[in-house]
Design a protein around this ligand. Structure first.
Ligand SMILES: [Zn+2]
Length: 386
C-alpha cells in the first residue's frame, strides 16, 4: 500500500493538489484539497511518499508498438528485436497494445500473445490486436470474432490500407470484418476496434470515409493510425475527427512534421485534442537510405518518442497539460476500450508517471508497484541486460 502525498494530480484532468492512495494495484482513494485528508494508522507495509513539487499523471499507454519486433522488409537481417521491459518503463509506458506489421508469418500472433503475458509477468499491462497488414486476417482461433471472445488480450484487429504492402481489401470485405469486430466486441464487452495502418498511397483514408458515409459504420470501431505521415493524411484525419472519429499519430515513424507541432497547431486552430492520440510504432523496421535512395542499413523505430512529444507540448506550447497528457492516457484507453486504464480515479489501475516541475519523468508506477523512482529503475525485468 502506497500513499503519495501532495502531488499535482492530472487524472489526466487537472485536479490540483491531492493525496493518492494505491492498494492491491488499484487507486484506493484520492483526496483533493478541501476533502478530508486520508488518515491511515497501524497498517503494516504502508509506504508514505511526499511528492511536493511533483506532478502525477496516469501511466502512458502505447497503443501501437511492435513488442515482438517487426521489420523484415529488407530480408531476415532487417527483422527488429523484441522490446525490453525496462525500455518501456524508462519512457513512462505502463500499458501496451502489441501488434504485428507487414509480416504475419515469420512473426506470429502466438508469440505476440506470449510476449504480452511476459510483460504482464514483469509488472506491466499488455494487450494485442489480431491479424497484420494483409487480408484475409490471421488469427489465433478460427476468426477475429472468436479471438475477441476467447483470447483475453485481444482487443481488436489490424489491417493496412493505402499501402503497397496491403491486400487492397474491398469495402465489402472490410464490412464483413467490421461485423466480426463489432459483434465480437459486444459479446466480449471489450469494445472491439479495427486499427488501420495507413500508407502513403494517395487514396489515404478514402475507404474509411466510404465505410462511414455510405455504409454508416460506427466510426468508433475505426482507429486509423500513422495519420501524421503526410500533410494530406493529416487533413483527412481532421475531417475524420469532425465525423466523430479518433485518430492516431505515430511518433516513431514517417511524419510530415513533428507530431507535437502538428497537434499544437491543430489545437490553435480549434481542434479538440481529446480526439487525437500518440503511439510510438516502436521497434518498427526502418531502412536507412542514402541520397540516391540506396539502402545502407536498418534501424528500429524508437519507443520513447511519445514521452518526448508530450514533453515538447508541455514545455513549448500553450496546450493545457491535461490535453497533452490525454494523448497517451485517456485517449488510447478510450480508443482501445481499456476500461481500467488511462485515468487516475477511484478503482482504476494504479499506473502512474511522476514528473518534476520541468516535466522530466522521475517516477513510474505500474499496477501499484514502483518501477522507477528519482530516475532510477527499481526492476531490471526477468532478463537483466549485461
Ligand atoms: Zn507499426
Amino acid at each position: 500500500m502506497k500513499l503519495f502525498k501532495n502531488v499535482n494530480l492530472y487524472a489526466p484532468t487537472s485536479l490540483g493538489k491531492a493525496d493518492v492512495l494505491m492498494a492491491s494495484g488499484r487507486i484506493a482513494a484520492v483526496s483533493l484539497s478541501g476533502d478530508a485528508p486520508i488518515e491511515l494508522r497501524g497498517i503494516a507495509g504502508l509506504e508514505t511518499i511526499d511528492c511536493q513539487g511533483m506532478s502525477m499523471a496516469p501511466g502512458f499507454i502505447d497503443q501501437h508498438i511492435h513488442i515482438t519486433g517487426a521489420g523484415g522488409k529488407y530480408g531476415y537481417g532487417s527483422m527488429t528485436p523484441e522490446v525490453h521491459v525496462t525500455d518501456l518503463i524508462r519512457c513512462g509506458t505502463t500499458s501496451v497494445v502489441g501488434l504485428l506489421g507487414t509480416d504475419g508469418t515469420a512473426r506470429s500472433l502466438n508469440s505476440l500473445y506470449a510476449k504480452c503475458a511476459a510483460l504482464e509477468a514483469e509488472g506491466l499491462s499488455a494487450w494485442m490486436l489480431s491479424s497484420y497488414f494483409g487480408f484475409p486476417p490471421k488469427t489465433i482461433t478460427s476468426s477475429v470474432h472468436d479471438d475477441l471472445l476467447f483470447i483475453d488480450r485481444v482487443v481488436g484487429c489490424k489491417i493496412a490500407l493505402a499501402d503497397v504492402r496491403s491486400s487492397y481489401p474491398t469495402a465489402n470485405q472490410l464490412l464483413a470484418l467490421l461485423r466480426e469486430i463489432q459483434v465480437g466486441g459486444m459479446i466480449s464487452s471489450k469494445g472491439g476496434v479495427l486499427h488501420i495502418h495507413l500508407g502513403a498511397l494517395p487514396e489515404g483514408m478514402d475507404m474509411l470515409f466510404e465505410l462511414v458515409e455510405r455504409y454508416h459504420v460506427d466510426i468508433k470501431r475505426l482507429s486509423p493510425t500513422h495519420v501524421g505521415r503526410t500533410a494530406h493524411l493529416f487533413e483527412q484525419a481532421q475531417r475524420f475527427v469532425k465525423l466523430g472519429g479518433m485518430v492516431d499519430l505515430s511518433t516513431g515513424g514517417t511524419q510530415f512534421r513533428p507530431p507535437w507541432e502538428a497537434l499544437a497547431q491543430a489545437h490553435e486552430a480549434g481542434e479538440d485534442l481529446r480526439n487525437y492520440t500518440l503511439s510510438s510504432d516502436g521497434n518498427a523496421g526502418i531502412g536507412i537510405l542514402d541520397a540516391e535512395g540506396q539502402l545502407t542499413g536498418f534501424k528500429k523505430a524508437p519507443i520513447d518518442l511519445n514521452l518526448w512529444n508530450v514533453q515538447q507540448i508541455l514545455r513549448e506550447t500553450d496546450v493545457p497539460a491535461e490535453l497533452a497528457l490525454g494523448l497517451v492516457t485517456s485517449g488510447p484507453a478510450r480508443t482501445m476500450g481499456l476500461k481500467r486504464k488511462g485515468s487516475l480515479t477511484l478503482g482504476m489501475d494504479a499506473d502512474a508517471c511522476i514528473f518534476d516541475h520541468q516535466w522530466n519523468l522521475s517516477g513510474v508506477v505500474s499496477r501499484g508497484e514502483i518501477m522507477m523512482w528519482d530516475g532510477d529503475l527499481r526492476t531490471e525485468g526477468n532478463f537483466p541486460r549485461a
